[in-house]
Design a protein around this ligand. Structure first.
Ligand code: ADP
Ligand code: ADP
Length: 542
């Protein structure tokens, strides 16, 4: 769209958004000629959690580097950067001026959590305890370690930690410092819902009780909703330019963003709205059975993790959502289905050919994306493959890049494509939402569902983004128990009872936003929360 036809663009295919003319002259920063420019800056506020919501590549990190004092904004004058006074002049009379002055005087300290925690092991050699003790400027380490349940890996070497453990260690390391301004670039990847909520609470407390300024980039809308006081939307054309808006209320911000139209700015940022249909759980059609499995037990050894699985059936052509905390035996179950792991008791008579996308993606090789995908499917390049896989997963613009140069979100999309392109009986995707922005999540969801429908494929999806599971799944399998000790899997069931079982374990209820039908977490103890618990309706109330 072009910012003119704001209601409904007749050219849905056009994704390029022209720069609003009033912004044209005043970027905060431009990297160079024809290079990325950033317009607007978020303003961290003391005692508040400010959220930033927007696609990847839109300048969020650039903005934070400016606010962290790492990058001097050049106001677009990349060839002849202005001095600090000129920058202050640009922001005179605003809170940004005060902020930048304090930063310049060395009166403002900053603590940051990077986006890609997978990279920490290559930067730090040693055990968890050493890394964390060096950050404990507030003397809160023991408390944080306990709440984030990192105790068991304190003496483990950093390079042996799982993604979920690294994410929590990185969050603790950031929050244990004594800073004025905390910046966290995505807190949810690899964390289960319980861990997400705990991290969100700790961040909120540091703002409320510690009177700190918190700035958080996040794509899990349920968590953003729970966490932030106000929200800056970032929009534009990824890689070319980005605009950060002034703060909005979280509810309006998320709603306007989903709608694709920013009201105050009178700006259309996306041709189509992202809709959360308020669908009753999908009617379950009794399809053909793909695989039936009996009650099974699995134990890794005396005193180690054990899993009991209630027997059930996976139907052909369904998307089965799998939910439950980390370390509860979801991968163990998948390995048994694939015949890669022998249960201690119970006879798995199925031997399914499973195409598996693991949670942590390890495809960083010096190989081009197109060459990699070509090696997986001879459908590569066909118009069918292009329409069903490449386009919805936005692969065409990264085909010529090397796998090792991809960002986390790009790598995720290539891995989803690779998984779906295999010839298999069952497709198992572990956390496909990790590092995808909101639009990419919706598009990946659509691609996976369409693929299941058109290819008569059966798909199992493990994910902790509850919106994504709701949009994706026909039925739900719930894992419960005590992580790392014992797990129990119930048979696949319909969405309503599955969500109720899962969310009652967590003690979280959802309501629908009146305007957008977006599911929102209820405040614990609120009228609705109490009523829904009483009714046993945790998700699909009314
Ligand atoms: P986000 O955090 O929203 O993903 P970034 O701020 O990291 O976005 O990047 C925005 C754009 O700026 C990207 O296209 C990136 O390639 C570009 N960019 C980042 N750093 C530099 C740099 N030092 N020089 C030139 N371009 C850069
Ligand atoms: P999830 O997929 O739900 O995160 P997993 O099935 O990967 O859970 O793991 C469940 C538990 O089993 C974890 O505590 C994990 O450390 C343990 N585990 C996994 N594989 C092994 C193994 N080969 N030997 C011993 N313990 C294991």
């Amino acid at each position: 769209t072009c910012g003119i036809c704001v209601e409904k663009c007749p050219f849905d295919a056009i994704e390029i958004i022209n720069l609003p003319s009033e912004l044209e002259e005043h970027p905060a920063h431009r990297y160079g000629e024809n290079a990325f420019s950033l317009y607007g800056l978020p303003t961290p506020q003391q005692g508040q959690v400010t959220g930033i919501l927007g696609p990847n590549g839109i300048g969020k990190t650039t903005a934070v580097r400016i606010l962290a004092g790492e990058l001097m904004p050049n106001l677009g004058e990349y060839a002849d950067p202005p001095d600090f006074e000129a920058v202050l002049d640009e922001y005179r009379g605003t809170e940004k001026q005060t902020y930048l002055e304090r930063l310049d005087e060395g009166d403002l300290s900053v603590s940051r959590k990077p986006q890609y925690v997978d990279e920490i092991p290559s930067q730090f050699d040693g055990v968890t305890r050493e890394l964390l003790e060096a950050t404990d400027e507030r003397g809160v380490l023991d408390e944080l370690v306990e709440r984030m349940e990192i105790g068991p890996v304190m003496d483990q070497s950093i390079d042996s930690l799982s993604g979920g453990e690294l994410q929590r260690v990185a969050i603790i390391a950031c929050l244990a410092r004594d800073a004025d301004f905390y910046f966290l670039d995505e807190i949810t990847p690899y964390l289960d819902i319980g861990q997400r909520v705990t991290a969100a609470r700790i961040i909120r407390e540091l703002a409320d009780e510690g009177e700190k300024s918190m700035l958080v980039v996040e794509h899990d809308l349920a968590i953003l909703d729970l966490l932030a006081d106000n929200l800056n939307i970032a929009y534009g054309e990824p890689g070319a330019y980005g605009v950060v808006t002034d703060p909005k209320s979280v509810r309006n911000g998320i709603n306007e963003y989903l709608k694709g139209y920013l009201e105050n700015e009178n700006m259309r940022v996306r041709p189509n709205a992202i809709k959360f249909e308020e669908h009753a759980p999908r009617p379950v059609e009794k399809g053909q059975v793909l695989a039936e499995y009996p009650d099974m037990e699995m134990s890794y050894g005396e005193g180690e993790f054990s899993l009991s699985v209630d027997g059930g059936a996976i139907r052909e052509n369904e998307v089965l959502g799998i939910v439950g905390p980390n370390g509860i035996g979801k991968s163990t179950f998948a390995k048994m289905l694939a015949g890669n792991l022998e249960p201690t008791s119970g006879d798995v008579d199925v031997d399914l050919d499973i195409s598996y996308k693991p949670q942590y993606i390890d495809i960083a090789q010096p190989m081009r994306v197109d060459v990699f995908l070509q090696s997986i499917t001879d459908q590569f390049g066909s118009s069918y493959w292009d329409t069903e896989i490449a386009q919805p997963l936005q692969l065409n613009r990264i085909m010529e890049q090397n796998l090792e140069d991809l960002s986390g979100g790009e790598r995720q999309r290539v891995a989803i494509a690779a998984c779906l392109s295999e010839d298999a009986d069952l497709y198992l995707l572990d956390e496909p939402s990790a590092h995808l922005d909101v639009e990419q999540r919706v598009q990946a969801t659509r691609a996976i569902r369409r693929y299941a429908e058109r290819q008569d494929a059966t798909v199992m999806v493990i994910d902790h983004d509850i919106y994504m599971i709701d949009l994706l799944a026909d039925r739900l399998q719930v894992f419960e128990g005590e992580p790392a000790k014992h797990g129990h899997a119930t048979p696949p069931q319909e969405m309503r009872s599955g969500m109720n079982e899962f969310l009652s374990n967590l003690g979280v209820t959802f309501r629908r936003d009146e305007r957008t039908k977006r599911p929102r977490v209820n405040k614990p103890g609120s009228q609705l929360d109490k009523q829904q618990r009483k009714d046993g309706e945790y998700y699909y109330a009314n």
